[in-house]
Design a protein around this ligand. Structure first.
Ligand code: HAM
Length: 438
């Protein structure tokens, strides 16, 4: 029968790719913890209104990319297209977003956007993100960008370029928005249909259009960095000074706008040179005002998210070695139960252990152990059962040892067996001979 196959744009992550995936998540987690962030896990579905209110009604995501459906009671739900809105909502609900208190939260997991799938872009993808709620000082921005850079380095893409901009705030952005719309209006005829609508709905997005005609038309557009109010200017200058002093490499791009409406002041993105069209490996920025807009206290916030799939594409690192170290092989039916117990004890003692089914010939069992790439095969046949000793074949050195079967009840013999295998692996001759008895 023909298989059903998965859903377009939703991918399985299978071994060995899943090992790379997990290894990257672990590395990022270590970096985030070094900055004293705590993990938060938020649900994949939220009320649709949460995203409409926070990301902006006129963003591409809210207008056409959300997976929205009615729950059975008629509530409109949406699969989260990003994490910030949910994290801010959860922080408010859990009382973590409070005055005089700073919340530092990181998250990882799947996000959903109904975009056209292509290399580096899928409909379910994974982000690792960090949100710092309750800080409005430039040091918080610089620290966030530094954390972002450290995450990229930990992912093995240290050469990705970090681009920085300030988008102004409620004080100066309205005038810039108007100036941009006025400029765009004078070039209306050259703009694509989408951008003509953006002229009134979301003029900042005019700077982000990929159409050649629009790019040409907007080449002479006014720049936000020329329209910043004194407070935004000072803030942005201080962020840059701090980053320079720390040696974090970045470029200023006054045309950088982000696809979400909650940003104010500092915004940033990182692009990798080897990814083609979908080259943004991560991005973020400040979102002062969002906590309040979602019903919390008037707290500032700043954060970012990186795309796990894109980082893996950009890093092109090999899968980490993820193999069983030991394969326990019962050579007869009578050996099946003792082999089962031995494997159980070895795992409890910390080994990654494979257990073979009973009844194979020695030859086929060894072929299998070879294929698994294990370091040691533990053979248990009738002779071994009689003598209460297993034959240990060191697959790398092609040598046999005999060692105790490690069937004691407290696992001590299994640990001793593992220790002697480790000694054998490190080259100590005949180390397994000394394994404790049972
Ligand atoms: P974003 O720029 O929309 O920001 O997404 C962050 C990253 O997620 C992107 O740079 C990209 O690597 C990855 N990504 C986005 N869409 C896709 C897709 N369809 N397929 C594969 N990867 C994708 C945010 O989501 C903000 N919440 C970041 C943030 C946190 N800002 C403040 N705090």
């Amino acid at each position: 029968m023909k298989t059903l196959g998965g859903v377009k744009g939703f991918h399985d992550i299978v071994p060995p790719e899943s090992e790379r995936f997990t290894a990257l998540e672990h590395r990022l987690r270590d970096v985030l913890r070094s900055y004293n962030y705590d993990e938060i896990r938020v649900p994949v579905a939220e009320r649709t209104e949460l995203f409409a209110r926070s990301l902006g009604e006129t963003t591409d995501i809210v207008e056409k990319e959300m997976y929205t459906f009615d729950d059975r009671d008629g509530t409109s739900l949406t699969l989260r297209p990003e994490g910030t809105a949910s994290v801010v909502r959860a922080a408010i609900d859990a009382g973590l977003a409070q005055r005089e208190r700073v919340a530092k939260l990181y998250y990882m997991g799947p996000m959903f956007r109904r975009e056209r799938p292509q290399k580096g872009r899928s409909r379910q993808f994974h982000q690792v993100g960090a949100e710092l709620i309750g800080r409005d000082d430039p040091t918080a921005d610089a620290e966030t960008v530094t954390l972002f850079a450290d995450c990229l380095a930990a992912a093995g893409v240290p050469s990705s370029r970090i681009v920085l901009n300030s988008l102004g705030d409620a004080e100066c952005r309205p005038a810039y928005r108007a100036a941009l719309a006025a400029y765009g209006e004078t070039h209306r005829a050259e703009l694509c249909e989408n951008c003509r609508q953006r002229l009134t709905r979301n003029p900042l997005r005019l700077l982000d259009c990929k159409e050649e005609g629009c790019r040409r038309a907007m080449a002479g557009a006014p720049l936000v960095t020329d329209h910043l109010c004194p407070a935004c200017r000072t803030h942005f200058d201080e962020v840059q000074a701090l980053l320079r002093a720390t040696g974090v490499a970045f470029e200023i791009n006054p045309r950088l706008v982000r696809g979400l409406d909650y940003y104010v002041r500092t915004a940033f993105e990182a692009v990798a040179s080897n990814l083609g069209a979908q080259n943004a490996v991560g991005g973020g920025g400040r979102y002062d005002g969002l906590v309040e807009a979602l019903g919390g206290p008037p707290l500032a916030g700043i954060g970012f998210a990186v795309g796990v799939e894109r980082l893996l594409l950009a890093a092109d690192t090999a899968a980490p070695e993820a193999r069983a170290e030991i394969c326990v092989i019962p050579l007869s039916d009578a050996a099946a139960a003792p082999a089962f117990q031995l494997a159980h004890r070895l795992r409890a003692a910390g080994a990654r252990c494979e257990l073979e089914a009973a009844g194979r010939s020695v030859k086929s069992a060894m072929r299998r152990a070879d294929k698994l790439g294990v370091h040691f095969a533990l053979l248990i046949g009738d002779d071994e059962l009689r003598e209460r000793r297993a034959t240990v074949r060191d697959m790398r050195q092609q040598r046999d040892h005999r060692c105790a079967l490690a069937l004691d009840t407290d696992g001590g013999a299994a640990r001793a067996l593992l220790a002697s295998l480790a000694a054998a692996a490190s080259g100590a001759s005949d180390a397994t001979k000394g394994a404790t008895g049972v």
